[in-house]
Design a protein around this ligand. Structure first.
Ligand code: ADP
Ligand code: ASP
Ligand code: MG
Length: 408
């Protein structure tokens, strides 16, 4: 009965100004005229969220997270109301809602809350009235009526959650590029649009730098079987379908190359080589809520060994505080760091059944004269930490080495 619902998310660049909002309104109305019930999720206009955070930082270095959520949630309230007005102006009925109004319930983790449930009654009632429903992305409400936000890029997860509870036919993610590419098209000019990709690969791509979708939203889509269609707001073409693995995908060795430029490497020096040292370091980092990515520990020859790990650069200050403290406690010899690191990754489910990807990757970087600082692998991904200044060069070289460019 509800198979005709479609959820469309529009990102910040898609609604950056009044002209674009009018364009989005036209597109939404067109979808409705094609026979769908449309639920729209919007991000804040352009860089609004960054601007709001910057404003808070002019008052204090550490804005209280509850108030930060109150502040950031306003961004999406503005865009959803404006889009509702734009749609009404062109003659369709539309109504906008905050996350709280449509029962997007979350836990209490301010600035990175998780959705715990959605009560779709209100939305369904409005859809029955033949209205287009617009929901402010990126926000929810706790049991005790506190406004929360869902982490940066969180409108994606709002859209997936709504698509799941409404059993929508598809969750469209409309953005400034017309799909997911084999590498960030801003870096690699001949990057190719991917027609179809598995949840698994997209999750690895998103969590290793392809900012086009938020990693958590793909996790949720995979869990609830929501089909995602990444499309261009300003394009009419088909985009990229993200769904369960299909056979044809297995023939592709590497699907994409990604880059994150905001890595910091921290080394705890001469950690005594005895049980419990590493546990203590990572236990304390965990307690401080720091997201540790890669970890390496060398073989000890002298009874002590260096332990290195990477963290997002904006968590470096917090990390150094904890690392210095723990270094003293476990009898290590201090902490060094390098904040100018990047991580380049090759992703593809074909790696499961083919060997040699790692060798090609290392050789390609070597031929470019790029030194590898750290390596980590999963079943379908290989990542190398390198100097940030080499980041884009590495992506271009790997994209070429794995033959991912447009075929002429
Ligand atoms: P939105 O405002 O719609 O949320 P984002 O700016 O968050 O959009 O994400 C879209 C951007 O992601 C694109 O402009 C593109 O440069 C970048 N991007 C990075 N990697 C990829 C990739 N592999 N495929 C497509 N886009 C990518
Ligand atoms: N406006 C929020 C952000 O910039 C959420 C989103 O765009 O998805 O992170
Ligand atoms: Mg985004």
């Amino acid at each position: 009965m509800r198979g005709d619902i479609i959820v469309q998310k529009y990102g910040g660049t898609s609604v950056a100004n009044v002209e674009r909002i009018m364009h989005v309104a036209e597109r939404v109305v067109k979808t409705k005229k094609n026979g769908y019930k449309v639920v729209v999720v919007v991000s804040a206009l352009g860089d609004t969220t960054d601007e709001l955070i910057a404003l808070a930082n002019r008052i204090t270095d550490e804005p209280p997270e509850r108030e930060l959520d109150m502040l950031m949630a306003t961004g999406e309230q503005v865009s959803s109301a404006l889009l509702a007005m734009a749609i009404q102006k062109i003659g369709e009925e539309a109504i906008s809602f905050t996350g709280a109004q449509v029962g997007i319930m979350t836990d209490r983790a301010h600035t990175k809350a998780r959705i715990q449930g959605v009560d779709a009654k209100r939305i369904l009632k409005e859809l029955e009235k033949d209205r287009i429903v617009i929901v402010a992305g990126f926000q929810g409400i706790t049991e005790d009526q506190e406004i929360t936000t869902l982490g940066r890029g969180g409108s994606n997860i709002t859209a997936v959650a709504l698509a799941a509870v409404l059993k929508a036919q598809e969750c469209e993610m409309n953005t400034d590029v017309d799909g997911v590419y084999t590498a960030d098209p801003r870096i690699v000019k001949d990057a190719r649009k991917i027609d179809q990709i598995s949840y698994e690969e997209m999750l690895e791509m998103a969590s290793s730098g392809a900012q086009v979708l938020q990693a958590r939203s793909i996790e949720a889509a995979s869990k609830f079987g929501v089909r995602i269609h990444v499309r261009g707001t300003f394009h009419e073409t088909e985009g990229t379908i993200i769904s369960k693995e299909v056979r044809a995908m297995e023939n592709v060795l590497v699907s994409g190359i990604t880059l994150t430029k905001n890595e910091a490497k921290v080394t705890v020096c001469d950690v005594p080589d005895k049980p419990g040292s590493a546990a203590k370091i990572f236990e304390m980092l965990g307690e401080a809520n720091i997201n540790v990515d890669m970890i390496i520990q060398n073989v000890s020859r002298t009874g002590a060994t260096d332990v290195s790990f990477t963290v997002p650069r904006d968590e470096l200050a917090k990390t150094l505080k904890v690392a210095n403290k723990v270094s003293g406690e476990i009898g290590a010899h201090g902490v060094t760091y390098d904040e100018e690191m990047a991580k380049v990754s090759a992703i593809g489910i074909g790696m499961r059944s083919h060997s040699g990807v790692a060798a090609t990757m290392f050789k390609t970087l070597a031929d470019e004269g790029i030194n590898i600082d750290m390596i980590s692998t999963s079943e379908i991904k290989i990542s190398c930490v390198i100097k940030k200044t080499n980041g884009e060069k590495a992506v271009k070289a790997l994209h070429k080495a794995f033959d991912l460019g447009k075929k002429s």
